[in-house]
Design a protein around this ligand. Structure first.
Ligand SMILES: Nc1ncnc2c1ncn2[C@@H]1O[C@H](COP(=O)(O)OP(=O)(O)O)[C@@H](O)[C@H]1O
Ligand SMILES: [Mg+2]
Length: 296
């Protein structure tokens, strides 16, 4: 990361440097669900931006070859930018995780967002399982690198692809809090049981490790509020709350046209439209998850 990425010369550049290791507790939260289009990236970027606004030091690791979190945090095509290292480059040995961290930006080429950093994704992650086929202990692919973030950030979000393959296995092995993201539809809620089985099998196969993943949070997004259409959604949501209780974060995030608008602008929803209902809902969820700086 060079000083030229920050406006206002050396003093301002300090503010966007990767935080020092102060030995603080670092929460690692992975957004997962087997299905795509289940509001993972929208939720990660909105909650990360809100936590950063509330003065936490926040890192988003984009582990999805679709690169949507990178896009929303101001980097549309990391593979084309020769100044950037991507998560795949780190796995491939071209650099360290530290070197891959960049400040999140308000839009492509925009101002850095205070307290928010990104490890961009690469489209190469699409070939991950194939590329890693011959590697020893390949499930540990992220574990080798994640140590760097501990003690520096308050919270690290990992935005996962919509499957449960090798990338996600490696992410789960570094995660304590799994945040499942779902739309309130039966199909998506059924995908949750597959995520639960995956977590259970990891807990069994790796029981000798000290950190094991746990399904901790469920974000329900893009809920429909109009009466006609809303009934089926409401039933699905009620079932979800009956089955998972407190894990299901309140409130449900409502459908909003500002979400695609924020995506096009490459700005997290909560910064793009802070007064929008969906943003206020994400802010409340951030509070329930304890994503704010606590008084010393
Ligand atoms: N609250 C919302 N209102 C309207 N559209 C939404 C909302 N949340 C997500 N979306 C849209 O749904 C699609 C999937 O969301 P996304 O967060 O990208 O899911 P995932 O990362 O799980 O694939 C995107 O097109 C996104 O813009
Ligand atoms: Mg996504």
């Amino acid at each position: 990361m060079t000083d030229s990425t920050a406006p206002g010369g050396t003093f301002a550049a300090e503010a966007f440097k990767v935080p020092e290791n102060t030995g603080k507790n670092t929460r690692i939260i992975a957004a997962c669900n087997k299905s795509g289009g289940s509001v993972k990236t929208t939720s990660v970027t909105a909650l990360a931006a809100e936590a950063a606004r509330l003065k936490l030091k926040v890192l988003v690791i984009d582990a999805d070859d679709q690169r949507d979190a990178s896009h929303i945090l101001g980097y549309d095509d990391p593979d084309q930018d020769e100044n950037l290292l991507t998560l795949w480059d780190v796995v491939d040995g071209l650099g360290t995780l530290e070197e891959a961290i960049v400040p999140a930006r308000m839009g492509e080429g925009g101002e850095p967002i205070p307290n928010l950093w990104l490890v961009p994704a690469s489209r190469e992650l699409d070939n991950f399982d194939l590329n890693m086929a011959g590697e020893q202990a390949r499930e540990m692919w992220l574990m080798k690198h994640i140590q760097f973030v501990r003690g520096r950030f308050d919270v690290v979000f990992i935005d996962c692809p919509g499957d449960l393959k090798l990338i996600v296995t490696g992410v789960l092995l570094c995660t304590d809090e799994v945040m499942a993201c779902v739309k309130s539809q039966e199909k998506e809620i059924r995908a949750l049981t597959e995520l639960e089985s995956k977590i259970a099998s990891i807990r069994e196969d790796f029981k000798y490790l000290s950190n094991l993943p746990e399904l901790r949070w469920i974000v329900v997004g893009e809920g429909v509020t109009d009466k006609g259409q809303g009934k089926v959604y409401q039933q699905a949501e009620d079932q979800l709350r009956a089955a998972y209780g407190e894990m299901v974060l309140k409130p449900t995030v409502r459908r909003s046209v500002r979400v695609p608008g924020a995506y096009s602008a490459q700005i997290p929803l909560t910064l793009f439209a802070p007064k929008e209902d969906a943003s206020l809902e994400y802010k409340e969820i951030a509070k329930s998850m304890g994503l704010f700086k606590k008084a010393a």
